[in-house]
Design a protein around this ligand. Sequence first.
Ligand code: F0G
Length: 457
Amino acid sequence: VRKALPPYRIKVVEPIPFLTAEERRRALADAGYNPFNLRADQITIDLLSDSGTGATSAAQEAAAALGDESYAGARSWFRFRDEVRDLTGYPRILPVHQGRAGERVLFGSLLKPGQICISNTHFDTTHANVLLAGAEPRDLPCNEAADLDSDEPFKGNIDLAALERTLAGPEGHRVGLVLMTITNNGLGAQPVSMANLAAVRELCRRHRVPFFLDAARFAENAWLVNQREAGYGTWTPRQIATRAFQLADGCVVSLKKDGLAAIGGFIGLRDDELHAACEANLIATEGFSTYGGLAGHDLERLTQGLREVVDPAYLRARAASTERLAELLDDVGVDTVRPAGIHALYLNAGRLLPHLSPREFPGHALGCQLFLDGGIRCAELGSLYLGEMDEHHRLLTPAPFELVRLAIPRRVYTDTHLEYVAAVLADIAKDPEQVSGYRIVSAPPLLRHFKVRLEPL
Ligand code: F0G
């Protein structure tokens, strides 16, 4: 209890909706059985994303009142820039309205058509933006990541041997970027070790390839390094984060996560030429380079959020809360990807629902059941999202695992809310065979999961 005690109390609250089972059944049918099409006022506990969904602090709202909305050179911009410079050590900072805008601007200037971008795992928008730049995204996760049950501490790492082979091999000259996602959101919220980042830096140096971080959860990665990596136990999360940024040539960051605010992001750079190219693109498409699509009050909330997010007491309590949910689920026989990360838990739906084959989308089925039974919204990370399909939406190659992500918004739900989630899952786990599979009715070609429509079998 001591280590799980959040270092804040709640002073502004928002009511949450409770629908009847029949209302939820109708809502999900109207949504084409896609939780992205549900309305927020139909959802009791929303675990769809930890992005932009956190609660702000009194200090952030007080700072927001000082937001300077000048078109250029606003005071809020200089406060934000100085904070980000201090955190990252990068001399060149460009604000963007969210992470994917940063990806588009950065890749548009850095990647050439035909090049390869290598990552431990690309997030979905990152993958899409690499493709939109005419380049090829390639994931090289470490071998340990394939065992969902092992308690290896850094399953978010890149496979260094595979990276070296690619850089030194016949395709080496095509590699335009190595991008490390910390923490590895696509692979169970697993952290990346400082040793892995240092080794990537060395390989990139040797092969003269730019090395960037996708650092949306830089503070949570830093906390897990502090807890799990030898030699970092006495470092503060902020010192660890700064060290991680220093290892790379630059970064792209969605601040909708560890910025503790609803919107925001930035690109951090050392290279003046790349900065000039990105800045020109930014001004044409995002906004002038002292606001980048953000209001002054957004910049103020972010500046304060970046200070609060590295508080060890906050990170410790948040990590303990996620770990506790994992334990509650373990007690009722629902397996999650081990070890528990911080921003989300990943349910092993394939194992819970063995009566459903990948072409019946067990992860999606479990997600739908969580909504039908408890008004809980979450996201599938299985064959519906990652599987390879033909033009008739028939599954050709299933995803390696059928997972469901329960993302935990920051400072929003209490442990009682999470106990409720565990209770709903416990009931499903008592009689898993009553969960039916799904079939795709229609789907777009890119980023399928956002707009797909399905029906129950
Ligand atoms: N990189 C990572 C690792 C992310 O998790 C996200 C967003 C982005 C980039 C894109 O940032 O949303 O600000 O444009 N992840 C959210 C999620 C959407 O639910 O995991 P964005």
